[in-house]
Design a protein around this ligand. Structure first.
Ligand code: DGJ
Length: 711
């Protein structure tokens, strides 16, 4: 068979991906700025010279990097057949595609593998990459890793990824790109609070609004790894893949493994340009929620486990009065669940707390015109539960019970993981959640997952991969059976935020902290990938339960504005003035939620990190809403002007404060004039010069509406 050869130019929006297939090998020649449709490109001219002390042939990074072609960096595909077949030499056998897609097929005769890599460049310029490896031999192939990798140009000298912890998710970290591999490994059995979310490399000092950036996200909710590799040849690549345990993926003859999807975005407009690509692609999906995101009340920080009909009906009354549209009953409603030590797995409405079932509460909530949501944590089990007593073997344990082993993984919040790879356990959970949805009028589930799943195993073999797929199957099956039910992905806050879970859920709970100051950062960076209308953000009580900080209602509400807004606070005890302010803030959010769900996120580059300016600008740039947040005290008497970016520079805008900071949070003798009176200013002026900053105490915010004057 003659190996295919040629250049394959994929386009999507203003992005190009150029692949070259030659001599049985394939590589990415370019990913970034769009090139002319038929670029005059002779690949022979791109072959580098050969330095001293090197292989006798020029060596370049293949699409799947291979030692068999002289690659000395990280091999793209790692595995073996009991020691043999460890170094596949992949030969391209087929290339097929369109102007926006390309599928390359390879065969490695020496390792008895077939490999396929698929690229899709979407209209929004987001690149989707996926791979498959199939065992064509007649003995087992143990897969260790299959990385999806994209080269980035040498001018990408700086990198950024996100790190974090519980209640402190998605903290950016930056460093120079240097020789070696910078890798972020997440071994949590879930995405992880410290997950990279985005691994980005860009031109020096790239910012939200400036610089060229190449960034990648792996859509996977199990163990995963993202990395930047710079090799001695001077090239740099960005990659990611599933992290597999030893023996986790053994491909029997004829079996294959599919990688998770790698989502990658290039932009010459900084990180905001990257997130615009993610957001527009996500918004174009059939399953993307299109109904206005209902303002939500979650009962957790209002009552915790103290559930009873009287209190919750009263809470619902207050919620409806404030304009809230969805009422979510959190943890504590099911059998023997009085605290977090027992009950997980017993998905029956508790007969003591709810003697007449949930119907009286649901009817009350619906009678008030609100939707009803219910918290569940289906992947988990408490040792102190009827389920564990009946089926102790359904608890995922590193040692199979048949061998006499009974060592459980280290408990976390007293709980363990239900082995969903076991079909009986899977079916039991499916039946219970299905029955709850069938027997109660439930509009949404808050799907929680409150532990790191280390040592996940089925029959004594590592099973994070299979457990993740079983979870996906569970969600898919429940969604198919109950298509009207929305699902929120929660995992001790923001421990499961990725595009794998978002393919089957409608909202992510960004963090367990409702502290507005922390949330300013968490939401800003979560929204690099996730559009704001899918990010749950709740107005918590005046004193944050996670940090002890006290924030004014205006700051808390402004922080939840550009998101899927909610409330998580015993509003029965809210001071009347706070309740009024919350009612106004909810009305303000409703006025702008269509814009929030369709517009471009703008994070203005502020020289002074003590303030943020975050907004959403309509695609036609006629309308925008911005939040100016003073986080900490400014180093200056008059802080840096407020600039509003992303506007139409030719247009004139009416600028109006929609939510001022209260007097108690204003500082100085006089505020800039525009804060008190509607003002008309040119787009270019707003973007380049800006308006004088409000003088505010720390933890204060001002919400600003802009609308273009009619031409
Ligand atoms: C962790 C979640 O993140 C919280 O919002 C709450 O649902 C608790 N679990 C309930 O146990």
């Amino acid at each position: 068979m003659t190996a295919p050869a040629g250049i394959h130019h994929l386009t999507g929006g203003d992005v190009s991906l150029v692949l070259e297939v030659a001599g049985g090998d394939a590589r990415v020649l370019h990913w970034g700025e769009r090139l002319p449709d038929a670029p005059a490109l002779d690949p022979a001219l791109l072959v580098p010279g050969r330095p001293h002390s090197s292989f006798d042939v020029p060596v370049r990074r293949s699409l799947i990097a291979q030692p068999a072609r002289g690659w000395r960096g990280r091999p793209g595909l790692r595995g073996d057949r009991d020691g043999r077949g460890f170094s596949p030499r992949l030969v391209a056998t087929d290339v097929a595609g369109t102007a926006h897609t390309c599928t390359l097929t390879f065969t490695a005769a020496d390792a008895e593998l077939d490999v396929r890599v698929h690229y899709e460049l979407t209209a929004s310029g987001l690149l989707l990459v996926g791979g498959t490896v199939a065992n064509t031999g007649d003995d087992d192939y143990r897969l260790q890793a299959f990385d999806l990798v994209l080269p980035v140009p040498a001018r990408a000298t700086e990198m950024m990824d996100l790190a974090g912890r519980w209640s402190g998710e998605r903290r950016p970290q930056r460093r120079p790109v240097q020789q070696g591999v910078w890798t972020r490994q997440a071994r949590h059995g879930r995405t992880g609070h410290d997950a990279a979310l985005l691994m980005a490399a860009g031109t020096p000092a790239f910012t939200f609004r400036r610089g060229e950036v190449w960034a990648a996200h792996l859509g996977w909710s199990g163990d995963h790894e993202e990395f930047v590799e710079q090799t001695a040849d001077g090239t740099t690549a960005l990659g990611a893949g599933e992290l597999l345990d030893g023996g986790e993926i053994v491909l029997h003859p004829g079996e294959s493994y599919d990688t998770p999807t790698l989502y990658a975005a290039w932009s010459d407009k900084g990180l905001d340009g990257v997130s615009t690509r993610f957001h527009s692609w996500l918004r174009g999906r059939d399953a993307h929620p299109t109904a206005p995101r209902p303002v939500t009340l979650n009962t957790w920080e209002a009552v915790y486990f103290r559930q009873n009909l009287t209190d919750l009906a009263e809470l619902a009354d207050r919620a409806a009065d404030l304009g809230i549209e969805r009422f979510v009953l959190d943890d504590g409603w099911f059998r023997s669940r009085r605290d977090d030590t027992a009950g997980l797995g017993d998905w029956f409405v508790d007969e003591h707390t709810w003697p007449d079932g949930l119907t009286p509460l649901i009817d009350h909530v619906r009678g008030l015109g609100m939707q009803f949501g219910l918290w569940v944590e289906p992947e988990m089990v408490d040792v102190d539960s009827d389920l564990a007593r009946a089926h102790p073997d359904w608890i995922s344990t590193p040692r199979p019970r048949a061998d006499g082993g009974d060592r459980l993984a280290v408990p976390w919040r007293h709980q363990h993981v239900l082995d969903l790879v076991n079909p009986d356990a899977w079916a039991w959970v499916y039946d219970r959640i299905h029955a709850l949805l069938r027997d109660n009028r439930i509009d949404c589930l808050k799907w929680d997952d409150n532990r790191d799943d280390v040592e996940l195993a089925h029959d004594g073999r590592p099973s994070t991969h299979a457990q993740t797929l079983a979870l996906y199957r569970l969600l898919d099956a429940l969604r198919a059976a109950h298509p009207h039910v929305e699902i929120e992905s929660c995992s001790s806050g923001g421990g499961r935020v990725d595009l794998g879970i978002l393919a089957r859920t409608d909202r992510v709970w960004a963090s367990d902290t409702n502290d507005a100051l922390e949330r300013q950062h968490i939401q800003r960076f979560t929204s690099l990938v996730v559009p704001p209308e899918l990010i749950g953000a709740h107005v918590g009580p005046p004193r944050s339960h996670t940090t002890g900080r006290v924030h004014d209602i205006s700051f808390r509400a402004a922080t939840a504005l550009i998101a899927h807004m909610g409330v998580e606070w015993d509003i029965r005890r809210a001071a009347p003035a706070d309740a009024d302010a919350l009612r106004d803030a909810i009305a303000l959010h409703k006025r702008h939620r269509d814009l929030i769900a369709t517009g471009d996120m703008v994070r203005v580059d502020c020289a002074d990190p003590s303030a943020t300016v975050t907004g959403v600008v309509a695609p036609d740039r006629r309308r925008a809403v911005f939040v100016y947040a003073r986080l900490t005290a400014s180093a200056f008497e008059t802080p840096e002007p407020v600039r509003f970016a992303g506007l139409d520079r030719e247009a004139t805008y009416t600028v109006q404060v929609a939510q001022p900071a209260p007097r108690s949070l204003r500082s100085g003798l006089a505020q800039p004039e525009w804060l008190d009176a509607e003002t008309v200013v040119g787009g270019a002026v707003l973007e380049t010069i800006g308006l004088p900053a409000p003088l505010l105490h720390p933890a204060a915010a001002v919400v600003v509406e802009l609308s273009a004057a009619t031409a």
